[in-house]
Design a protein around this ligand. Structure first.
Ligand SMILES: Cc1cc2nc3c(=O)[nH]c(=O)nc-3n(C[C@H](O)[C@H](O)[C@H](O)COP(=O)(O)OP(=O)(O)OC[C@H]3O[C@@H](n4cnc5c(N)ncnc54)[C@H](O)[C@@H]3O)c2cc1C
Length: 591
């Protein structure tokens, strides 16, 4: 095996959180090396127009995604089932290459509600411990909203997020989200202009007494220079965000917000084509000595480092911890162990609205995040769950993210799937269709977890990650309640006809249907090493020179998209490393 020169910090994976850590830790003056399994990619030349607007290549065949023939995940619904490999993209879309999923995300950029971060304590206090089903394992994050606020703000200013504040220093702001936690300053950019579908939705929601507001978008509404000096251009609402790189330099990605500055730093190195296979430990197993990776020529290489940041995306983070033997693997039979614990997904429903020809929606005007309107009245614990008998919720969204010809062309219910009648319906509907959706939370349960598959292996001969997951009653109730509220708004919008997707009791988790890539848990943070893998600074309880970033740290899933919280937590953790850990390496929280 080849042994490389030691570095101070090695970062595994170079997506959103890897880039943030690279920027913050190199600024502290230490030598930082990022290892990314994929290739280098940037706005120019990789995502230049018109090549990037090839929906077949990027949207359907997933040109930017992880090649599933080399490494995938196996999935089963229950502990008693046999898991089988996920071979065709559907349910979730894993990132690959520099920028990770941060290059082909939508840019929907939320903060958590204050109660989300102390969810177990909050629910117990408001409704009593018995309100939670016995097998529900929700927990607190160990860091509160007020502590995290400056770091959520920092990430928004790096991204140039466009939105309208709802709560500035405790004063509720007209037209913003009245449920948000206190923010110290406004969004860096004003909201992206509404699409017509969003306007109709907001008018109807307001008439019902709800409080709609523009979706916070990391699609810039105007030219913007971020605190690092990186510049974004204004979004032209072309609708090619989710699954695509942004040719307009308008979507916040590591490439547009961080790399122009980071790549120039002398104490930062990025090594692509470097697939990390394990984190190495010393003989006592209490200290990481670096990582082992396989380079583009297939050579196995040892990279010694004083500090290891695991930033490989939620699922890969869990797998690397299991492959490296850091932390005790979770056992669903006993409930003991922490690595793989509390895996959760999200639950969506959607309604397609088909209007008559005198209502022009023009869906080709859209952005992954901007231009939509949101109702947050039924998210988190913004409403009384007592009489409803479930925990959690989500937001209701109105508008469209684009009108791409393959995946975003909807036809009214009853239309044949092909042929002349389909063509006629597509032609008649295209300009007159919009959507209302719900984006719901999913709680953590004792029997929903991640471990190593006993049968299937990746291209390097290592066991794949196995998901054991299906929906629970709580979530069926949550999604029905939320969808009924959405239907009320839709009825006010007076479409000619509608179509609806809603998961009902008895429906299983289906890997063929996309429902966000907002997977969470598996290396969760908390205050107790018996129930969490990381302390409140995302530092491993077991091996203190390992920090793990990303949604693997979430103890349960939120109703919101995760990346705002992921970015905030990464900045929070980076500050603790810079100001405390680098001066006194060791546990940041004493047990
Ligand atoms: C289609 C899509 C749309 C989305 N839209 C939104 C949205 O609108 N709002 C929102 O909040 N979130 C959204 N997300 C989620 C968002 O992209 C993620 O939350 C975010 O990118 C996670 O950051 P990360 O640093 O944890 O992982 P990533 O950004 O995925 O980066 C991980 C990196 O690690 C690399 N890597 C993995 N394993 C290894 C290894 N063994 N060795 C070396 N490198 C490795 C990967 O190649 C990748 O580059 C979306 C995701 C997808 C796929």
């Amino acid at each position: 095996m080849i042994r490389m020169k030691p570095v101070d910090v090695v970062i595994v994976g170079f997506g959103w959180t890897g880039a943030i850590m690279g920027m913050e830790l190199s600024e502290a003056g230490v030598e930082v090396l990022a290892l990314e399994r994929g290739n280098y990619q940037d706005t120019s030349p990789d995502w230049a127009y018109p090549g990037i607007a090839d929906e077949l290549a990027y949207g359907i065949r997933g040109k930017l995604f992880q090649p599933l023939a080399r490494e995938t995940i196996t999935i089963r619904h229950a502990v008693s089932d046999t898991a089988v490999p996920y071979r065709q993209y559907g349910s979730f879309l894993l990132g690959n290459n520099v920028g990770g999923a941060g290059t082909h995300w939508n840019g929907q950029h939320y903060r958590p509600s204050p109660e989300d971060l102390e969810f177990r304590s909050h629910i117990a206090k408001r409704y009593g411990e018995k309100f939670m089903p016995a097998d529900m394992q929700i927990q607190d994050y160990g860091v509160g909203y007020d502590e995290l606020e400056p770091f959520l703000d920092q990430f928004e200013y790096v991204c140039g997020t466009s939105g309208r504040a709802g709560n500035l220093n405790g004063a509720i702001q007209q037209g913003g989200n009245p449920f948000e936690g206190v923010r110290k300053r406004a969004y860096p950019n004003p909201p992206v202009a509404d699409t017509q579908g969003a306007r109709l939705f907001a008018d109807a929601a307001r008439a019902l007494g709800h409080q709609p507001f523009p979706q916070p978008a990391s699609n810039a509404s105007q030219p913007y220079t971020n605190p690092y000096g990186a510049r974004l251009g204004p979004c032209n609402l072309c609708g090619y965000c989710e699954r695509f790189g942004c040719y307009m330099y308008a979507k916040a990605t590591p490439q547009t917000t961080i790399l122009p500055v980071l790549m120039r730093r002398k104490n930062f190195t990025l090594r692509t084509g470097s697939h990390v296979t394990r984190i190495n430990l010393d003989a006592g197993g209490k200290r990481a000595t670096g990582v082992t990776y396989v380079d583009a020529q297939g050579k196995e290489i040892e990279q010694p480092a004083e500090l290891v940041i695991v930033a490989a995306f939620q699922m890969h983070n869990v797998r690397l911890m299991l492959l490296s033997g850091i932390g005790k693997p979770y056992d669903p039979a006993t409930g003991a162990g922490v690595i793989g614990k509390n895996y959760a997904y999200q639950m969506m429903s959607s309604i397609g609205l088909f209007f008559d020809k005198d209502t022009a929606i023009n869906p080709f005007i859209g952005a992954g995040a901007g231009g939509s309107q949101i109702v947050d009245d039924f998210n988190s614990d913004h409403f009384d769950h007592g009489p409803l008998g479930f925990i959690g919720g989500g937001y209701i969204i109105g508008g469209q993210t684009g009108g791409r010809p393959i995946q975003q062309l909807a036809v009214p219910p009853g239309t044949p799937a092909w042929g002349a009648a389909w063509k006629r319906a597509a032609k008649d509907s295209y300009l007159h269709t919009t959507f209302v959706g719900t984006h719901g939370s999913v709680m953590a349960y004792r029997d929903r977890y991640l471990d190593l598959d006993p049968t299937y292996k990746d291209a390097f001969g290592q066991p794949l990650l196995r998901i054991t997951f299906d929906w629970h009653d709580n979530e069926y109730k949550m999604t029905r309640y939320l969808t009924e509220r959405a239907q009320e708004i839709v009825a006010r919008m007076k479409p000619r006809t509608t179509s609806q997707t809603l998961r009902k009791p008895g429906d299983h988790y289906d890997t063929r249907q996309y429902q966000t890539t907002h997977t969470t848990g598996g290396v969760i943070q908390g205050n107790d090493p018996a129930t969490s893998a990381l302390n409140r600074f995302q530092q491993s309880w077991d091996v203190p020179n390992v920090f793990v970033t990303g949604a693997s740290a979430f103890p349960q899933n939120l109703g919101y998209n995760p990346t705002g919280l992921i970015g905030g937590l990464t900045y929070w953790s980076a500050k603790a490393i810079r100001e405390t850990y680098l001066k006194h390496p060791g546990p940041l929280v004493q047990t």
